[in-house]
Design a protein around this ligand. Structure first.
Ligand SMILES: NC(=O)c1ccc[n+]([C@@H]2O[C@H](COP(=O)([O-])OP(=O)(O)OC[C@H]3O[C@@H](n4cnc5c(N)ncnc54)[C@H](OP(=O)(O)O)[C@@H]3O)[C@@H](O)[C@H]2O)c1
Length: 346
């Protein structure tokens, strides 16, 4: 076995959008597993929007990655060496292995994968954390009812496409918002949205709102919040009384720094937003999916067969080799990914 591994560390904190120089590809000694631990070879690395937050030195629900630390990330790996009961070389597992070719992990932090259920990389997308986020956020906080209307942006990504498909299967009208005509064609074609609007075609929230109003003739009952910004501004006045807004993410502000808290704007929307929540009696619920892992088996039991049968579709965007991770990550934050962004490491 090689005596070295490769990893990508945080070289410096980004100022605005991350740049390739914020990351460093480096060699490190191959780690050795202790008692109760395994050594894995990473096969697939997940790139997720939350990682942008870990690059800022700001207080949040999780610690930032330290300068010089390995970038954090969920990954699929193959066990090479096991000192843990229940795991053997050749087993495929999910764990937080980071942006690295190899990692040591404790057995209790691993989830064993069934390679027969679906391709292993889906454990990072449709059958992993993002798919689970869409399922939990929609059902728990969106509380969908047949005949209602749902709007979700980043509609072709792993969260948005899960939300849209589950809502359609539950009998809702689904309207996606995505970046560009090709993604909108995927939203209505592959993911079955009733309509999709290209947010890049609108320079003003008012114009986007007018188009959304036409696509949602009965108003909006559920706005699954993934992006914030202009989309949120367009949606809020169209919400029906008693509407629900699961607040999952706000990616349009992530590059503003301070986890989006530094995002400014020409107008202060807070009073108007607060008033709309009041008069429309909206239920606005923020959630962090890592608080809800206890329900993951329920998600897998329900959604796994629907993915295996093809009832729920999924798309992946594959970058090749660990060295490609920074560019792929930078691209995802700008919407260059088509489907779940993964890196084929091994
Ligand atoms: N709360 C939680 O625990 C939790 C867990 C997982 C994910 N999330 C959040 O869920 C959201 C979606 O995550 P994902 O993994 O499914 O990501 P994704 O869709 O694969 O990738 C992000 C997408 O965001 C869209 N986007 C980027 N900038 C935008 C902007 N200024 N305005 C509108 N859209 C923009 C782009 O899609 P278009 O090209 O289509 O615009 C881009 O492809 C993110 O906000 C993420 O942080 C939250």
């Amino acid at each position: 076995m090689s005596q070295t591994m490769t990893r990508i560390t945080l070289a410096r904190r980004p100022d605005g959008a991350p740049a390739p120089e914020d990351f460093r590809l480096e060699d490190a000694p191959m780690p050795a597993p202790g008692p109760g631990e395994v050594l894995v070879r990473v096969l697939w690395l997940s790139l997720d929007p939350y990682m942008r937050g870990r690059m800022d030195d700001a207080a949040s629900y999780a610690q930032p990655v330290p300068i010089g630390g390995t970038m954090e990330g969920g990954a699929v790996g193959e066990v090479l060496v096991s000192n843990a009961e229940g795991f053997a070389p050749g087993d495929t597992v999910f764990g937080m292995f980071g942006w690295a070719s190899h990692a040591v992990a404790r057995a209790r932090d691993l989830r064993r994968l069934d390679p027969g259920l679906a391709p292993l990389s889906t454990a990072l997308g449709v059958l992993g954390m993002p798919g689970f986020t869409g399922w939990h956020g929609l059902n728990e906080y969106g509380r969908p009812k047949a005949g209602e209307t749902l709007v979700v942006a980043a509609a072709t990504g792993p969260v948005g496409s899960m939300v849209g498909q589950l809502a359609r299967l539950a009998g809702l009208r689904t309207v996606g918002i995505a970046g560009g005509p090709d993604k909108c064609a995927l939203a209505t074609g592959t993911f079955g949205f009733d309509a999709c609007l290209d947010h890049r075609a609108f320079t003003d929230a008012k114009d986007l709102r007018a188009a959304l109003g036409e696509a949602c003739p009965d108003g909006i009952d559920i706005y699954f919040e993934n992006v914030g910004g202009q989309v949120m501004e367009a949606v809020l006045p169209l919400m029906n009384v008693g509407g629900r807004i699961p607040v999952c993410g706000m990616i349009s502000w992530y590059n503003a720094g301070g986890l989006g808290m530094n995002a400014g704007g020409s107008r202060d929307m807070l009073p108007r937003t607060w008033r709309m929540i009041l008069v429309k009696r909206l239920a606005v619920t923020g959630f962090i999916i890592s608080d809800h892992w206890a329900r993951f088996p329920e998600f897998l039991a329900e959604v796994g067969p629907r993915v295996a049968s093809g009832e729920i579709a999924w798309l992946e965007d594959v970058a090749d080799g660990l060295a490609a991770a920074p560019e792929a990550f930078i691209g995802m934050l700008q919407g260059r990914n088509v489907g779940k962004q993964v890196v084929r490491v091994g």
